[in-house]
Design a protein around this ligand. Sequence first.
Ligand code: BG6
Length: 465
Amino acid sequence: MYHKKLKPFPKDFLWGASTSAYQVEGAWNEDGKGPSIQDLKTIPADTSDFKVATDHYHHYKEDVALMAEMGFKTYRFSIAWTRIMPTGDGEVNEKGLAFYSDLIDELIKHDITPLVTVYHFDLPAALEEKGGWKNRATIDAFTRYCEILFKAYGDRVKYWLTINEQNMMILHGAAVLGTGKPDWKDLYQQNHHMMVAQAKVTTACHNLLPDAKIGPAPNIACVYSQTNNPEDVQAAETMAAIRNWLYLDMAVYGEYNALAWAYMEEKGYTPTFEPGDEAILKAAKADFIGFNYYASRTVAASPIDDTASPEAGDQQLAVGEPGVYRGVTNSYLEKTEFGWEIDPAGMRTTANQIYSRYRLPMIITENGLGGIDKLEDGKIHDDYRMDYLSKHIHQVQEAITDGADIFGYCPWSAIDLISTHQGFRKRYGFVYVDRDDFDLKELKRYRKDSFFWYQKVIKTNGEDL
Ligand code: BG6
């Protein structure tokens, strides 16, 4: 499959970039914000906590001005649930509401369309204490929280994302959220509750804001088979069902993916439905699909006595499950300094797979290179990042030419922020924020080389990569 002539990016294509509240904002206990699980989790001794992050809370005007200078058409950010409701439910914190209202106004002033994720890994600690997603009361708290957001910002926010990487929270919860050793039966019950919660807020959004659009934001990666051995191919199919389609089938069709359900049955992980769940799930349909893509995955069949462990790894590193699949290294792909594979073509494949299954408009909500940047004489020469991003943007254009309906591209991340695992050693932004893991310095912002490069990409609507 190749193209002699690529179709141009649509003229109103949403170029932008993403962040998440706890990784960028700081001000972790200011203006009435309550603690989230991220504020309380145990951080490795050599890595920063999330208390100050890049202090976007106090620098948001400067940061939005930098985004505007790059020419952003959209900015994907998340709202910290604990700024709006410090204990996750109950009382509303007006100062928290005001912060996002001001941020949204600032974006609109610069003609930047807000793209809002309502929940990105930062569950209120007070809800976690009561069982978190194990407790069905969290479904109602989440629904109330989202209704507050829809009412407060719905006049200005037209694009909403429900839950960031629900699939990674389930599959790599220990790594992503620091939740310890997984109990899979319990995790799939939590997963079910999140599905019901997502469905409820999707319907609430449709009822309250008929003009708005809402969709999920899982991490989707095409899954390659290591060989053409049919058993390896089946392992790849199974992993794709467990990792990808379980989440998107639910968001779009309101049903469990058959292959993923069969896997859960086999393992004894099927969740308990309460009366009404089925109807709630069925009634909600996403308007579009947001997906994060960092790299493809490659797997082989796994014997039942395999040593591959589902507990190892992170969002991207190879894992497996004895008797189900075994993650392997793809020898055709290079890796980042942090060991994640780099597969631009896989993004085209992923977009095409999603589109052929669901036929909904899509936006890439994350994609990017975590690297060790060096500030020298006020400059950051991050050609490795430009190389990664330009190859991926090229593949977005290939996918558009293939017929996939992609309306935006939001790499990770708009400005530097704290990585989920490696603190400030691993940076993603177009804007360098001068601090390291333990020395906050002045948190001064510097434009990286990729800043000027992305400015040109946006200005030429993707023609000049
Ligand atoms: C995604 C998350 O999985 O990957 C982000 O949605 C995260 O929150 C990003 O930062 C990059 O991962 P990491 O571990 O390098 O920060």
